[in-house]
Design a protein around this ligand. Structure first.
Ligand code: C2E
Ligand code: MG
Ligand code: MG
Ligand code: MG
Length: 278
C-alpha cells in the first residue's frame, strides 16, 4: 500500500510540474504577443517631498492585463521577460511612453518632474549600446538628463559588476541620477557603495512596513538614513502606507517618499486628473 501511495504522489507531482510548465509556456506565449502589439502600459507612481506634500517626480511601472490570463503581476512577467530575452523590449516600451510623457508634463511646470525607470541587470551586457540608447531616448523626447533616474536593484549589482559600473558611470557623467532600488534586501557587500556611481538609496518597502505606530523596529530605516547621510547620498523611502511612517521618516531626515499613503501607481489620465489639474 505504501508503494502505491508513493506511486500516486509521483503521478500527482508530475502533473503539478506539467501544469506549472504549461502555465509558464502560456505566460511566455501571451507575453510575446503583448510585447509585439504593445499591449503593455506604463503607470506612474508619484514621488513626494513629504515636508510639504510636494510632487517631485514619478516612477514608471509596467502593467499588463491579458485577455486570457487577466492581470499578471509585474514580478511575474518581468522575470519571464528576463528568461526569454525580452526584458530589453519591455524597457523600450516603458522608455517610449514615459520619456515623452514626462517632458510634456514638464512644459507646464515651473519645477520639472523627474522620471525614474527600472533597469534590469540583464540589460547591461552591452553597456555602450545601452548608454547610447538611453541618450537617444532622452534626446528624442527632449527630456533633460538631470530629470532622469535609473533604478537598479541592489541584487542586480552582483551580476556583471564591471559592465554595470561602466554604464552607470557614463550615465551619471551625462547628468542622469542612479538609484539603488530595494536597498537593504540584496545581501551584497556594502563596499560597492564606495566604488559605484550612486546618487540615491531607495529603502525597501519591507523595512518601511516594519515601522509601527510605537516606533519599535526602526533600526534598519534609521541605519540606512544614516548611511546615506555619511556617504552623501540622497535617500527615498518606498511603500509608505501610514501617516506615522511618514512622520517617523520626516523626523529622521528622510524627506522623499513614495507609497499608497500618497498614491498608488496611476494611468497617465488618472495621474493628470489627480496630480496636475489642481
Ligand atoms: P519596484 O521598482 O521596487 O517598485 C515598487 C513596487 O512597490 C511597485 O510594485 C509599486 O506598485 C509597489 N508599491 C508602491 N507603493 C506601495 C505601498 O505603499 N504599498 C505596497 N504594498 N506596495 C507599494 P509593482 O508595480 O507591482 O512592481 C513590482 C516590481 O516589478 C518593481 O519593484 C520592479 O522591480 C519591477 N518592475 C516594474 N516595472 C518594471 C520595468 O519597467 N522594468 C523592470 N526591469 N522592472 C519593473
Ligand atoms: Mg523601482
Ligand atoms: Mg523597490
Ligand atoms: Mg521591488
Amino acid at each position: 500500500a505504501a508503494k502505491k501511495e508513493s506511486g500516486n504522489k509521483v503521478v500527482l507531482y508530475n502533473e503539478e510540474i506539467t501544469k506549472e510548465k504549461n502555465d509558464r509556456y502560456q505566460v511566455e506565449d501571451r507575453l510575446r504577443k503583448a510585447i509585439n502589439h504593445e499591449l503593455i502600459e506604463v503607470y506612474y507612481q508619484p514621488q513626494i517631498d513629504a515636508r510639504g506634500d510636494v510632487l517631485t517626480g514619478v516612477e514608471a511601472l509596467l502593467r499588463w492585463t491579458d485577455e486570457e490570463l487577466g492581470f499578471v503581476p509585474p514580478e511575474v512577467f518581468i522575470s519571464v521577460a528576463e528568461d526569454i530575452g525580452m526584458i530589453h523590449r519591455l524597457w523600450e516600451i516603458a522608455m517610449e511612453q514615459a520619456c515623452c510623457q514626462v517632458r510634456k508634463w514638464n512644459e507646464d511646470r515651473d519645477v520639472p518632474l523627474s522620471l525614474a525607470v527600472n533597469f534590469s541587470a540583464k540589460q547591461f551586457q552591452d553597456p555602450d549600446a545601452l548608454v547610447r540608447q538611453v541618450k537617444d531616448f532622452l534626446r528624442k523626447c527632449q527630456l533633460d538628463p538631470v530629470n532622469f533616474e535609473v533604478e537598479i536593484t541592489e541584487s542586480a549589482l552582483l551580476y556583471n559588476v564591471n559592465e554595470i559600473s561602466k554604464a552607470l558611470k557614463e550615465l551619471q557623467d551625462y547628468g542622469i541620477s542612479i538609484s539603488i532600488d530595494d536597498f537593504g534586501t540584496g545581501y551584497s557587500s556594502l563596499s560597492y557603495l564606495k566604488n559605484l556611481p550612486i546618487n540615491t538609496l531607495k529603502i525597501d518597502r519591507s523595512f518601511i512596513q516594519d515601522i509601527k505606530e510605537n516606533h519599535d523596529n526602526t533600526q534598519i530605516p534609521e541605519a540606512v538614513i544614516n548611511l546615506a547621510r555619511s556617504l552623501q547620498l540622497r535617500v527615498i523611502a518606498e511603500g509608505v502606507e501610514e501617516k506615522y511612517q511618514k512622520d517617523f521618516l520626516v523626523d529622521n531626515q528622510c524627506t522623499h517618499m513614495q507609497g499608497y499613503l500618497f498614491s498608488k501607481p496611476l494611468t497617465k489620465t488618472q495621474f493628470e486628473e489627480h496630480w496636475l489639474r489642481k
